[in-house]
Ligand binder design. Sequence first.
Ligand code: GTP
Ligand code: MG
Length: 206
Amino acid sequence: MVNITSAEFVTSGTRPEHYPPGDLLEIAFVGRSNVGKSSLINVLVNRKSLVRTSSTPGRTQLINFFRVNGSLMLVDLPGYGFARVPPEVKRQWGPMVETYLAGRSCLACVVLIVDVRRTPAEEDRLMLQWLRAYDIPVLVVITKCDKVSKNERAKQASLISRTLGLAPDEMAFFSALSREGRDAIWARIEAIMAEGHSPSEDGAPE
Ligand code: GTP
Ligand code: MG
C-alpha cells in the first residue's frame, strides 16, 4: 500500500445499516479528539484533504469509510475526550464506536493514535484494554513528532510505552508534517493484516 493508485470516500454513518458491505478488510483509526487521526489517513493515502482535518476538536462525528486501491478500507472514527463536544454527541459516541469495533468482522487492525507531547489519557488506556479484550490487533502511532526534539521523543516514547504497556513492535512514530513514519506504518499494518489472514478466508480457487 506504499503505492497508492486510488483513494476515495465511500460513505459515512453512525449505525451498522450505514456501513458498506464488509467485503474488504478494514483498518480503523481511533484516538483523542484533535490528535491527528484524519491527518494520518491523508498522509497514508498521499492526499492533502481526502479526509477533512481541523484545528477545532470534534470535527469528525461520523464513522467515515475510505477505499484504498480498491482493496482495503480505512475507517476514520470520531475522537474521544474533548470536553467542549455537545453532551448529545458525547452520549452517542460510546455506542457508535463500540458497536463498530465489537461487531465488525472485517476489522483487521485498529490504529490508536497518541500525541508525543502528552501522557496517554485514561480514555487511551481504556480503549487499549478494551481492544485487547476483544482480541483486535492494535498499532499505537505516536504522532506530532515534528513538535519535539529527538531527546524529548525518546523520553516520551518510554513514558507512553510504560503507561500503556506496549511492546516496541506495537508502536510507531509519525509526523503528518514531515511524513516521517508513513512507510513504516504501512509495513506494520500489512504485517498485522497478513498475520490475521488465514488461507481459508482467501477465497482464491486452488
Ligand atoms: P477530530 O476529527 O476532531 O477528532 O481530530 P483528528 O484526530 O482527526 O485530528 P486532525 O487530523 O483533524 O488534526 C488536528 C490538528 O492537528 C490539525 O490542525 C492538524 O493540522 C494538526 N496535526 C495533525 N497531525 C499533525 C502532525 O503530525 N504535526 C503537526 N505539527 N500538526 C498536526
Ligand atoms: Mg478527524
